[in-house]
Design a protein around this ligand. Sequence first.
Ligand SMILES: OC[C@H]1O[C@H](O[C@H]2O[C@H](CO)[C@@H](O)[C@H](O)[C@H]2O)[C@H](O)[C@@H](O)[C@@H]1O
Ligand SMILES: [Ca+2]
Length: 547
Amino acid sequence: MTVENQWYKDAIFYELQVKSFYDSNADGIGDFRGLIEKLDYLKELGVDCIWVTPFYPSPLKDDGYDIADYYGVHPDYGTLQDTKLFIKEAHRRGLKVMFDLVMNHTSDQHAWFQEARSDPKSPRRNYYVWSDDDQRYNDARIIFIDTERSNWTWDPAAKKYFWHRFFSHQPDLNFDNPRVRHSMFKIMRHWLDMGVDGFRADAIPYLFERDGTNCENLPETHAYLKEVRGLMDREYPGRILLAEANQWPADVRPYFGDGDEFHMAFNFPVMPRIFMALRREDRTPIEEIISQLPAIPEACQWCLFLRNHDELTLEMVTDEERDYMYHEYAKDARMKPNLGIRRRLAPLVDNGRRRIELLNSLLFSLPGSPIIYYGDEIGMGDNIYLGDRNGVRTPMQWSGDRNGGFSRADAARLYSPAIVDAVYGYQSINVEAQLRDPSSLLNWMKRLIRLRKNYPVFGRGDIAFLHPENRKVLAYIRSGEGQTVLVVNNLSRFSQPVELDLGHYNGWTPVEIFGETRFPPIGELPYFLSPGPHGFYWFRLEPPAGA
Ligand SMILES: OC[C@H]1O[C@H](O[C@H]2O[C@H](CO)[C@@H](O)[C@H](O)[C@H]2O)[C@H](O)[C@@H](O)[C@@H]1O
Ligand SMILES: [Ca+2]
């Protein structure tokens, strides 16, 4: 991919669900027409690419990740025409769009599965993975441990067991079948022809199964994903693939291949360690995990996130680390689905404004492209009393009006109750109010986004950690693209003294980026700073004149 086409390296991503964003026709459910009405908001926020979670026809037993028809649009959300118009309107504003590509499984309501189970002679039978017993592949872990006891479920119509890595209503597709592999290519072309700029590829480690393995990250899976990438490069250059591979660093790395597999991959290992470091007030978890990340090909990029539509997953941590995270961040048992914590960003840090800003400083300055989960830019809350992961999928809070300005429907008709509690309710937390308040989180986020855009080094540069004695301070130099930026994060709730060894930059001047404030030049002695509680600095380092 040419350098001009590497737009994803500088982009700021924004994840949203159509149903949660804005309801244009007062039926209580967000829709594509509503999303179009809010594109100016996203443009103004400053994001570059919108990732839209599944909106396809579905029984919605896994919020659309259980697809019943890959080619359509769930009628609640609009029509294909609306979706096309959404892409067109996003593009008109210079915004890119990514859709979810759920390759691993379908809904059991998909016509393929219905045919497969009822007719052994149907060509669809071999679209799924069947067995006479439930003993094959028993080294494969169960992912949804709260609801599933086995990765096999008995189907009384087929009189066989079928294989599923997720819910038992989500049968896995059989990627050993060439027809399945080609069906996926056809589905991709359908949306790419409509103009979508890329796919967030769901649950990709699980495409193939092999005896005697854990059925994750298999060579066959990588070989197929390279074919997927080949199609993109040949037929749709400039469009991208983002991998959702919730794996340890050594197992995520192969999803970049030699630059011939995914353009991007979510950085699952870094995410929980950011929260761990914050709570421990110790930089070690972040430094350790980033140092363990293998180098990735030049054209590839990490996608950094703090929160998303799922639980804050704790699959990629040790048992001890998970216990710590539960103890610190999930005091109530209702916050703990499967191996994770179902909470939004603001409640995770007790609505602490400084901590939210610090987390965003890390999100926007560590290597990779950041993604914001809808509503986190205004500090929305969650509802731990809703089932599954629905507590972090409540209606976007636009104003203090009825239903938070999300819908004109009666409150009882909304797809989900809006947040109404005293701290996070839409009466206090909403876009309209925050736009009017110059010191709001939303306005601060906009400034952060704008600043980041002036510094391509954040998306493209190298990182070198400084190792000050005070471990409560995480400091690093980002360099590249002709820029050098020093980032200093105080993970502690108290002011901290820190001495930085900046000998290499003797004579350079740090300029604090938010205020364009010139600090004293760096000399031979360690550079002394005292960031306030959860405070951080981003300094542009300017070489001496004539250097
Ligand atoms: O389609 C099934 C699921 O696929 C994604 O799941 C990912 O999230 C899980 C946690 O909720 C995680 O444990 C797993 O490793 C991931 O593949 C999707 O994001 C989910 O919403 C969906 O249920
Ligand atoms: Ca609607």
